[in-house]
Design a protein around this ligand. Structure first.
Ligand code: NAD
Length: 297
């Protein structure tokens, strides 16, 4: 079995490591928060003393970190993995970051005979826990094939998208659609509610009509019950739309609707709802309209 290193043991990283251990991989873990390593040591992982410790003993190193600057610092920063890895080491970055940053890091790793796959994921914490993540991969095709055993321990749907950065591009396409859809669903339902319609009736109508969507089915029943605990947070929705807009600016592709949606998540964050599920964006629209979309029952 390949020796795995895993860096970033948060909401996603913790259950992903557990699935690697269940599949029989030896895993060395590292996080700047020591308690996050200790809970995984109880599950069979080895705690590393630092990034160099992960680098020297691992054949495949997975990173699951908040954003582009964190991934850059951990892999190619002054004290980063690049200074300690053996030639031939594969780094699989499963965080969601800017495609251009993934490409920059991949080029640096090529210079030391190592390889980066960008492999962001979808289906959230539930998918991470159940080992049913959807994984979108960019980078060298042969390396992707060699790493399928590792990826299949965490996900059921693997997609090879293309060269370096293309996994991140696929992730941004997906999350732009999903997160804009939540905003559209929210504002249309606020309009319906303010008009006096029963939101449960509207839910039945739209799930049987052309406005139906994953966002509606996944998010709206919780809105009706007034449940906004995270899931996929407002902060992450803002982050991913912001990444899409940075990428589109670079490409000279206007994304007007995405820009408005990002700002609505920005209002939700400014009002203190950043840690709630992204469906809490409806609260911004409810406050503006002076109405609450809740079950009447
Ligand atoms: P998180 O904030 O819960 O976890 C990140 C972990 O990284 C934390 O434990 C933090 O201490 C650690 N960390 C930060 N900087 C570090 C460093 N320099 N060295 C070592 N450890 C460091 O985040 P998460 O929700 O697990 O998300 C991780 C990534 O996955 C993000 O890019 C996110 O966009 C993406 N993602 C998240 C979800 C979700 O539902 N949470 C879904 C899909 C994708």
């Amino acid at each position: 079995m390949k020796q795995i290193g895993f860096i970033g043991l948060g909401a996603m990283g913790n259950p992903m490591v557990r699935n690697l251990l269940k599949a029989g991989f030896p895993v060395t873990v590292y996080d700047v928060i020591p308690d996050r390593m200790q809970v995984l040591v109880s599950a069979g992982a080895r705690a590393a003393s630092g990034l160099s410790d992960v680098a020297v003993g691992s054949e495949v190193i997975i990173t699951m970190l908040p954003n582009s600057p964190d991934v850059r610092e951990v892999i190619v920063g002054a004290g980063g993995l690049v200074n300690h890895m053996k030639p031939g080491t594969v780094v699989i970055d499963m965080s969601t970051i800017e495609p251009r940053v993934a490409q920059e890091i991949a080029a640096i790793l090529t210079g030391v005979q190592c390889v980066l796959l960008d492999a962001p994921v979808s289906r959230g914490v539930r998918g991470a826990e159940q080992g049913t993540l959807s994984i979108m991969v960019g980078g060298d095709r042969a390396t992707f094939d060699e790493c399928q055993d590792v990826l299949r321990a965490m996900g059921t749907d693997l997609f090879y998208i293309g060269g370096s950065g293309m996994g991140q591009v696929a992730k941004l396409v997906n999350n732009t659609m999903a997160m804009v859809n939540v905003v559209t669903m929210a504002e249309a339902m606020v309009m319906g509610m303010k008009s006096g319609a029963d939101p449960e009736v509207l839910f039945r109508v739209v799930t049987h009509s052309s406005g139906d969507s994953y966002s509606l089915r996944d998010k709206f029943p919780h809105i009706l019950d007034g449940r906004f605990q995270a899931g996929f947070t407002v902060d992450l929705a803002y982050k991913d739309l912001d990444l899409a807009l940075r990428h589109s600016t670079h490409l000279l592709v206007p994304m007007a609707v995405t820009a408005v949606a990002r700002e609505l998540y920005g209002f939700a964050r400014a009002e203190g709802d950043g840690g709630l599920d992204c469906r809490a964006v409806i609260r911004v629209l409810e406050r503006a309209a002076g109405v609450q979309v809740r079950s009447r029952g």
